[in-house]
Design a binder for this molecule. Structure first.
Ligand code: SAM
Length: 387
C-alpha cells in the first residue's frame, strides 16, 4: 500500500466514517446500561488524522467514547496500529482522549486472542478496516465471534474487500478474466492482487474453499463478487443473528463496489440502527440526487435511491404474509430494502396503511407500538361473553 495513503481521504472513505460515527452515538449509551464495561476496538487504526486534517476512525471512535466516559461510564477504546511511525502519530493525535482511549502498537493478529478474552468480560464493538483482505483470517475473527455463544455482546463492523477476494482468487487459480472486468477500477483492483497468496491462504481468509468454484465459473465479475459475499455472510451467520451489508462504490456508475461494509450483531435493535446509519450516509452522499418523492419520467436515479413511499408500501405488504408484530414486520421489510428507508419511514408507512385500510391492527388503532399485531385481513371482533 502506498505511503501516501494518509495524505488525504479517498472519495469513498467518508461513507464508512459516517456510518461508524452515526452508529456509535446511540449505541454507546445504550450498551453502557447493560451493566458490563464497554470497549470499542479499532483493529487497524492508522494515525487518527489525515494529512488534509480530516479525522480517521480512531479519532471518530475516541470522540464518541470520551463523550460517554466523561459522564463516568465504564467505556474505553483500544486502538491497534502495526506501523511504528503511524502509531506515534496516533498517540500524538489522541491528545485529550487518552484517559479512555488506549493505543497499542502491534498487529491485529497478535491481539486477536486478547480481544477474544476481553469479549468474555466486556461488551465489545470491533471495527476492522484493513488495507486489503490478507489480515482477515476467518478463524481469527471467529475466535472473537465465538463469545456470542457464551452470552457476550459482540458486534463487528468490517470493511470486507470482496472484489479483492475474487481478484486474488482469479489470479491464484489462473482463471479467465470475466468479460466485465474493464474500466478504471481494474487498475486499482490489480494493485490489490497479492502474487504470493496461495489458494490455502485464501481459503483461510474466506473461511472455506467456496470461492474456488465461483471464480472458475462462467459468471460476470459482479456475479462472482456477489456470490462470494453471500457465502461469506452465511459463514458469519453461524455467529450473528443480525447481519447486513452495504456496498460502497467508488463511482456512481460502477457495477462492482469498492468495498463492502459488513455488520454483525445479535440484536435486532442494532440491525435497525445500522439500517438508519447506512440510509443517512446514502442520503448525505447522493445529496441532491436523492430527495423525498420524485418526478416519474424525469428521474434518472435507480429505484433503490429514492425514498419512494409506494415501493416501501409494496415491500411492507409483500412481507406481511401472516399476522405479525410491527417490530417484526419492520425488520422483515428492512431486510428487503436495507439502508434505503429509515425506521421512522417504515413505521410511518405502517400507520398510513392502517388508516387507509391496507392493513389492520389488532387494537384497531393506527398509533401503535412495536408489540401490536398487524394483519392484511381485519381481526375478528370478539363478542363479550354473557354467561
Ligand atoms: C486502511 S488503514 C486504516 C484507516 C483507518 N481506519 C482510518 O479511518 O483512518 C489500515 C491501517 O492498518 C495498519 N495495519 C496494516 N496491517 C495491520 C495489522 N496486521 N494489524 C494492525 N494494523 C495493521 C496500517 O498500517 C494502516 O495504518
Amino acid at each position: 500500500m502506498s505511503s501516501d495513503f494518509f495524505q488525504s481521504k479517498k472519495p469513498w472513505s467518508p461513507y464508512k466514517d459516517m456510518i461508524l460515527s452515526y452508529y456509535l452515538t446511540p449505541y454507546l449509551p445504550k450498551v453502557c446500561s447493560l451493566g458490563k464495561p464497554v470497549i470499542v476496538v479499532d483493529c487497524f487504526a492508522g494515525p487518527g488524522r489525515f494529512g488534509d486534517g480530516t479525522e480517521g476512525s480512531p479519532l471518530i471512535i475516541a470522540r464518541a467514547v470520551a463523550q460517554i466516559a466523561q459522564k463516568g461510564k465504564a467505556v474505553s477504546a483500544l486502538l491497534l496500529e502495526e506501523k511504528k511511525a503511524l502509531f506515534r502519530r496516533l498517540q500524538a493525535n489522541l491528545g485529550p482522549h487518552e484517559f479512555c482511549c488506549h493505543p497499542k502498537q502491534g498487529s491485529f493478529e497478535d491481539s486477536a486472542k486478547e480481544i477474544a478474552r476481553l469479549a468474555q468480560t466486556h461488551t465489545v464493538f470491533v471495527y476492522l478496516d484493513p488495507y486489503g483482505i490478507k489480515s482477515l483470517h476467518f478463524a481469527t475473527l471467529a475466535g472473537i465471534y465465538e463469545n456470542i455463544r457464551r452470552g457476550s455482546s459482540v458486534e463487528v463492523l468490517l470493511n470486507l474487500n470482496t472484489p479483492s477476494l475474487v481478484r486474488n482468487g482469479l489470479a491464484i487459480l489462473k482463471c479467465t478474466q470475466p468479460a466485465d472486468v474493464k474500466g478504471d477500477w481494474v487498475a486499482e483492483q490489480e494493485a490489490e492482487v497479492d502474487r504470493t497468496m496461495t489458494a490455502e491462504c485464501l481459503d483461510s481468509i474466506a473461511g472455506g474453499a467456496y470461492w474456488r468454484k465461483i471464480v472458475c465459473g462462467k459468471g460476470s465479475f459482479a456475479d462472482m463478487e456477489q456470490t462470494c459475499l453471500r457465502e461469506y455472510l452465511n459463514k458469519m451467520g453461524q455467529y450473528f443473528d443480525q447481519i447486513c451489508c452495504y456496498g460502497v462504490k467508488a463511482k456512481y456508475e460502477h457495477t462492482v463496489p469498492k468495498y463492502r461494509l459488513v455488520f454483525g450483531s445479535r440484536h435486532p435493535d442494532a440491525y435497525v440502527l445500522m439500517n438508519d446509519a447506512v440510509c443517512n450516509a446514502r442520503d448525505r452522499f447522493l445529496g441532491k440526487q436523492r430527495v423525498e418523492g420524485y418526478l416519474p419520467g424525469l428521474d434518472m436515479r435507480g429505484e433503490d435511491e429514492i425514498h419512494d413511499p409506494c415501493r416501501l408500501e409494496r415491500t411492507v405488504l409483500d412481507v406481511l404474509t401472516a399476522p405479525t408484530s410491527r417490530g417484526d414486520l419492520v425488520i422483515r421489510a428492512m431486510r428487503k430494502v436495507f439502508g434505503e428507508y429509515k425506521e421512522a419511514e417504515h413505521r410511518r408507512i405502517v400507520g398510513d396503511m392502517i388508516r387507509r385500510g391496507k392493513m389492520f391492527s389488532r387494537s384497531g388503532k393506527s398509533r401503535i407500538n412495536d408489540h401490536e399485531t398487524l394483519s392484511r385481513k381485519p381481526f375478528k371482533v370478539v363478542e363479550p361473553r354473557h354467561d
